[in-house]
Write a protein that binds this ligand. Structure first.
Ligand code: CA
Ligand code: CA
Length: 201
């Protein structure tokens, strides 16, 4: 008569059969050919080597970057005292359907520099920075462009708005909330001697 112990440790015929069936189902699949770059390495799917440069003429300064909902990269800054923003496709190529040849320009009529870029829920692009439009010191400045990089006249009548706190007012960042409202951040130097524009060039 088998003991209780023997009946516990001996695999039953049913279990042995199940294990053999499981082993027979194992297959070694050949891995597909793929490259997985290590984190922090340049992404060669972007412009071939992970880098791209664009000459806008003159002295080009980049101050902010953002990626929109379609994975397109927006690079913002200034050239020749105007806001500039250039958009690149996911593969790093210039988005020729944006602005003029991939770049949009905003001129407040003075010495203007974009220091922040944001994209709202409708794909519109906000550029925030500062401008000397108000006189010999800076004012906060913001502009909105359509998804196609065209000045958006539905924003502040002419796509552009400025705020003068009464001193040297330097906007450094822009954000959009869930209701599409625009927030500019930066600093203001009020009181004391007027500060010359910080716009380079
Ligand atoms: Ca200008
Ligand atoms: Ca001012």
């Amino acid at each position: 008569m088998p003991s209780l112990f023997n009946s516990w440790w001996k695999p039953s015929k049913t279990n042995r059969t199940a294990r053999r069936a499981a082993k027979s189902r194992l297959r070694v699949e050949q891995l597909e050919d793929r490259v997985t770059p290590a984190a922090g390495m340049l992404d060669t799917t972007f412009s071939g080597d992970g880098k791209v440069t664009t000459d806008l003429g003159g002295s080009n300064s980049v101050h902010a970057v953002a990626v929109d909902g379609l994975g397109r990269t927006l690079v913002a800054g200034d050239t020749n005292q105007n806001f500039k923003v250039t958009r690149y496709q996911v593969d790093g190529s210039l988005d020729m359907g944006f602005g003029t040849g991939g770049t949009a320009t905003v001129d407040f009529g003075s010495n203007d520099s974009a220091r922040g870029v944001a994209v709202d829920g409708l794909g519109r692009i906000l550029l925030g920075g500062f401008s000397t439009i108000g006189g010999d010191n800076n004012d906060f400045a913001v502009a909105r462009l359509t998804d196609a990089g065209i000045l958006d006249a539905s924003f502040s009548d002419d796509s552009k708005a400025t705020v003068d706190f009464g001193g040297d007012d330097v906007g450094f960042g822009v954000a959009v909330d869930g209701l599409g409202r625009v927030v500019l951040g930066g600093y203001s130097r009020i009181g004391g001697a007027p500060t010359p524009s910080r716009q380079p060039g």
